[in-house]
Design a protein around this ligand. Structure first.
Ligand SMILES: Nc1ncnc2c1ncn2[C@@H]1O[C@H](COP(=O)(O)OP(=O)(O)O)[C@@H](O)[C@H]1O
Ligand SMILES: [Mg+2]
Length: 260
């Protein structure tokens, strides 16, 4: 059940986090107006167009590359390019399958006690290479223990952390901290344009300033569905050019000796 007063959050964190109500998106959404604004996420036409585009673009590219390979020139190089396209297609299809399971309620959470810190460290290991390339630092300041479905929650954290890393500027810092009941993932990257914010959890939707970064725009759609299943409310606050903060409302596990 939702027991969050987002007004309270805005008030509490306004001085600290420069929150602006018009730059924040809440889930579950409250009231008619925001539901209307998120209409794009439910649009079938948008989804079908996006799937068509996402699947056909690499197929067309691969057919072109195959022609080159058939000529017998640059074969090795061309095969590697085809492999990259195929891997991307595979990732997209895996994500679509996961989304469709989540939407059909096939997925039942299994709750366990979990160290947030431990989970974050596991996830960050997957991004070590990327962080090195971008000369990024990730600061973890949490020792929360929570009760959650570890598999599902890991997918959420992986998506949010990978976005924070991907959309950070070189040499930047990503901060992951807990404050009261919130886990906050904060970057100082490119941010999300205000006009795109209301749509960013729609399947395949990507903001105007994200197109030069790799990605299919499925991550946040998955995050939204999982968090809904787990009854975790959350919010995204972003300022273009300044950075993005994601708030997850998670209670510490009361059986924890070390919880906050
Ligand atoms: N931390 C972030 N900083 C800036 N933009 C973000 C961030 N997280 C998400 N976005 C925006 O939301 C869009 C959707 O995110 P996501 O579903 O994870 O897709 P992807 O990462 O594949 O682009 C992104 O394309 C980007 O425009
Ligand atoms: Mg992503």
């Amino acid at each position: 059940m939702l027991d969050t007063s987002w007004d309270e959050i805005i008030e509490k964190y306004r001085p600290l986090l420069l929150l602006k109500p018009e730059l924040i998106l809440f889930y579950p959404d409250q009231g008619e107006s925001s539901a209307k604004e998120q209409i794009l996420s439910d649009s079938k036409t948008f989804f079908v167009n996006a799937v068509t585009h996402e699947l056909f673009t690499p197929i067309t590219a691969m057919l072109g590359l195959l022609e080159v390979a058939k000529e017998g020139e640059y074969v090795q190089e061309t095969l590697l390019k085809i492999e990259r396209h195929l891997k991307r297609l595979q990732r997209i299809i895996e994500q679509l399958v996961l989304l469709s399971k989540l939407e059909q309620s096939e997925y039942i959470p299994h709750y366990q006690r979990l160290s947030v810190n431990r989970l974050l460290r596991d996830v960050l290991l997957e991004y070590e290479e990327k962080m090195k390339q971008k000369n990024l630092r990730v600061d973890i300041r949490t020792n929360k223990f929570i009760r959650v479905d570890p598999e599902a929650f890991k997918i959420v954290i992986r998506n949010l952390v990978s976005n924070a890393i991907k959309y950070s500027k070189d040499g930047g810092i990503v901060e992951i901290l807990s404050q009261k009941d919130f886990l906050i993932i904060q970057d100082h990257g490119v941010g999300i344009p205000q006009e795109d914010l209301k749509n960013i959890t729609a399947r395949f939707y990507r903001a105007g300033n994200a197109r030069s970064y790799s990605g299919a725009g499925l991550g946040l759609a998955i995050v939204k569905h999982i968090l809904r299943k787990l009854s975790i409310s959350w919010a995204i606050h972003s300022i273009m050019g300044t950075g993005t903060k994601v708030f997850l409302k998670i209670h510490s596990d009361s059986t924890s000796a070390t919880g906050e």
